[in-house]
Ligand binder design. Structure first.
Ligand SMILES: Nc1ncnc2c1ncn2[C@@H]1O[C@H](COP(=O)(O)OP(=O)(O)OP(=O)(O)O)[C@@H](O)[C@H]1O
Length: 222
């Protein structure tokens, strides 16, 4: 379980997050808030890309950034920031090679993740020729192939059309992993187990998706 206690993040002396306390226990957790409220910074803390200026981010009771990086996969908003190799299977193999896994296991893991999402035909495709939706799926596959315990997605559907958005979210829904999604798409998060509302670097709403989203909409109309 990931637990944040009194987490503060400052950049150049400017407070970005203030006194964040969170226990991430639910299966599907959404994070909402206005532009610049601190959502992405909070999301990046969850897998150790970002570190607190003050406070702690614990995984199973221990502050271990390396363990956090291994346990939590991160899917970026723009898959071009995530896909680095020219061929799909090379890209999927990258992190696994870094782990020092044997060739046979790397191949088996890539087979499995591609089959799972019906992406096998893309295995030898050039990554720069993929459509936006295909890229987003390959970026997700690249995170899943590392077998993380939890996945954080930062605005994963903004580049997708309605069809690809539905397909992508169906893929997310099918995961047994704990999932945290940062999104401005409130409809996407309505079915989630919990939604956290961040404003001006602090949590101002935290609870059932319906209640927190309705309160967020009401505030926007003031
Ligand atoms: N490295 C940095 N140096 C200075 N300020 C930063 C830095 N990174 C983020 N910020 C500021 O921190 C605030 C929160 O940024 P963050 O990206 O977490 O917001 P967000 O809620 O995800 O926004 P959006 O919905 O627009 O993506 C913003 O005002 C941003 O300009």
């Amino acid at each position: 379980m990931i637990r944040l206690r009194d987490v503060h993040v400052e950049k150049d002396g400017v407070p970005i997050l203030r006194g964040i306390d969170l226990d991430l226990t639910q299966h599907r957790i959404g994070i909402i808030g206005r532009n610049g409220s601190g959502k992405s910074t909070l999301a990046r803390l969850l897998n150790g890309i970002e570190t607190p200026t003050r406070g702690t981010v614990e995984l199973d009771g221990a502050c271990d950034r390396k363990a956090l990086r291994r346990a939590v996969g991160f899917v970026f908003q723009n898959p071009d920031n995530q896909i680095v190799y020219p061929i799909v299977e090379e890209d999927l193999a990258f992190g696994l090679k870094n782990l020092g896994l044997p060739k046979a296991e790397i191949a088996a893991r890539i087979d499995a993740v591609l089959e799972r999402f019906a992406l096998t035909p893309l295995r030898t495709c050039l990554t720069h020729q993929l459509s936006g939706g295909e890229k987003q799926m390959i970026a997700l596959a690249g995170v899943l192939v590392m077998d993380p315990r939890m996945i954080v997605l930062d605005e994963p559907t903004t580049l997708l059309d309605l069809w690809n958005k539905r397909a992508f979210m169906a893929a997310i829904d099918a995961l047994a992993h704990r999932v945290v999604v940062v999104s401005h798409d409130l409809d996407l998060l309505r079915g989630f187990d919990r939604v956290v509302h961040v404003e001006d670097g602090a949590i101002v709403g935290d609870g059932s998706a319906g209640a927190v989203i309705d309160d967020y909409i009401a505030r926007s109309q003031c």
